[in-house]
Ligand binder design. Sequence first.
Ligand SMILES: [Zn+2]
Ligand SMILES: [Zn+2]
Length: 275
Amino acid sequence: MAKKKKKIKLPELGPGSILVDSHCHLDFPDYAADQEEVIAAAVKAGVTRMITIGIDYRTSAAAVALAAEYESVYAAVGIHPHHAAEMSDDDLSAIVGLAKSPEVVAYGEVGIDMVKNYAPLEVQKEKFSRQVALAKELELPLIIHDREAHAEILAILQKEAPFPAKGVIHCFSGNLDIASRFMELGFYISIPGVVTFNKAEELQEAARRIPLESLLVETDAPFLAPVPRRGRRNEPAYVLYTAQKVAELKGITLDEVAGTTTANVEKLFHLTKQL
Ligand SMILES: [Zn+2]
Ligand SMILES: [Zn+2]
């Protein structure tokens, strides 16, 4: 007799409880075959809203189109540091045009990535500064990508402060001290699925100690699937594993994490759709 395949169950939210995936990339080819099912599965699991993020002009336009198509999806537009070298002034004007669409709730993702270094650091810094200034002009919250570039990003943000529309450090990878400095500038800290990995002790410690009122949770799908889905394609529903881990670390319930992080993300991105 064939063995039944063990089904991995998602953590379950209590009645009336919902969660938001504050960062995913739903236009990526990984979802070409089942995008609609992936979004429906998230909504069914209680992840009723998700923010899909652009990384250049083309993907930003795709994010806006997705948000126009799906009630549960909102968009952010911007040029990622990986694309800083090829970013032209025309691209920037086009992004500003997109940013004015009603589906757009944030500017990003923008930042500095010193792991991949696809563009020279000076170019990344310059493109990041310009987009930080643009986000301020547009009065949009910022979604910041920071990979091994805490000091560089903090320096630019300190120069451009204050940030009345605030922002979030997505896929946070620093320690508690770095988190505090971003929080002082009005930024939320978004915890990715990496927090479920055994060796992520520093991030776990940060998630334990950062006040829940300053936290968001995210998937960064299709990347970085949390345990027990690690190594496979990530999707918005899996933000439940991340929220569950944050609850465990803080010694509170999943519904408490869902309630406060949802309120945080609603406040930051001014989410208005009633779901
Ligand atoms: Zn990123
Ligand atoms: Zn991303």
